[in-house]
Write a protein that binds this ligand. Structure first.
Ligand code: GTR
Length: 324
């Protein structure tokens, strides 16, 4: 951990000292996931496209595995221009950019098709644009499947089983409220601490999609995976506004195009990875539990009342619901 922090500080310092984009430039991007995770693969794909579009001027180096820190830290690094890009879940942006609350909301999307239709349309554009005033230019959304609860000692088979359970959530007020509304004791912490947290009993459960449950090896310490599918919070790719402002209009066009083109590629590798991860966790002893989602859904009303407060957010939610 200390080593990671030191490296992050060093990397940040080096970039600030480097005369920006003198000739060929390697843009830096951060991701908490390992090299073979779809989000990392997607940004690498984007790098290839960007290289072609820019005639070799730009490439992207992805610092995977949380090498530059957790999502909270890397968002800050992108804000100050220490790194040019950052790939995070919308959840990590909830407290920073209010519009990201919308696609995080529980049981909002009816299917993957519905999610894609919304994110590819004007609502998706508005949410990406919303982060600009916070110093981050939204480039694209990536898939993240549906998130469900996994626990070690006690399996969740009904909403009542959530009562008092210590559940790790992302560092977002919305996420704390969601799990509290389920009756749980929400514990915000970085993803990197989940495995140890489950192992040592600091937390009883966490929630995520199959690929993260698998790649973080959480299934080894929390074998009950209850398909609540309570949120389809997607991933986001953001560009540092400080760096963005130094790019020419043509260069911005290349970046946007390369990012957009990485989306269909990501969706393909994501679908493959979800299937592979499910098979892996089952082989590793995970028990996949089907559940009646209705009580969970009904419990989310106060979360909507608390977070979808102003006219803008209400309109965004309504437009999502009306997208068919
Ligand atoms: C994953 C997501 C990460 C991070 C993580 C978490 O599904 O890809 O960006 O948000 O969940 O729960 O912290």
């Amino acid at each position: 951990m200390h080593c990671k922090k030191a490296w992050a500080a060093l990397a940040a310092g080096l970039v600030l000292l480097t005369p920006w984009l003198a000739s060929a430039a390697e843009l830096r991007s951060a991701d908490i996931h390992p090299d073979d995770y779809p989000t990392v693969m997607a940004v690498r794909f984007m790098s290839e496209r960007l290289k072609q579009l820019s005639g070799g001027k730009y490439t992207i180096k992805v610092f995977a595995n949380g090498a530059l820190g957790g999502e909270k830290e890397t968002i800050e690094q992108a804000k100050i221009g220490a790194i040019s890009l950052v790939r995070v879940n919308v959840g990590a942006m909830n407290n920073i950019c209010r519009e990201t609350i919308v696609p995080t909301m529980p049981f909002l999307f009816r299917s993957v098709e519905h999610l894609h239709k919304v994110l590819d349309g004007p609502v998706g554009e508005e949410i990406l644009k919303g982060c600009e005033k916070q110093g981050l230019v939204g480039l694209a959304f990536y898939d993240s499947g549906a998130r469900s609860i996994f626990s070690g000692k006690k399996a969740v088979r009904s909403l009542a089983d959530m009562k008092g359970m210590k559940v790790r959530v992302q560092q977002s007020d919305l996420w704390v409220s969601m799990l509290e509304a389920m009756g749980a004791n929400a514990t915000p912490m970085p993803m990197g601490e989940v495995y140890t947290g489950l192992k040592t009993g600091l937390i009883d459960a966490a929630e995520n999609n199959y690929p993260t449950y698998e790649s973080a090896r959480a299934f080894e310490v929390a074998k009950y995976f209850t398909k609540t599918e309570h949120s389809m919070a997607p991933e986001m790719l953001l560009f540092s506004k400080r760096d963005w402002d130094r790019l020419s209009t043509e260069e911005r066009g290349w970046v946007r195009q390369a990012a957009k083109e990485s989306v269909p590629y990501m969706r393909k590798v994501w679908a493959e990875r979800e299937a592979k991860s499910l098979a892996m966790v089952k082989a590793g002893g995970a028990e996949i539990i089907e559940i009646d989602k209705k009580p969970f859904q009904d419990a989310m009303k106060p979360v909507y009342d608390k977070f979808i407060t102003n006219a803008e957010l209400k309109s965004l939610v309504r437009r999502v619901q009306e997208t068919h």
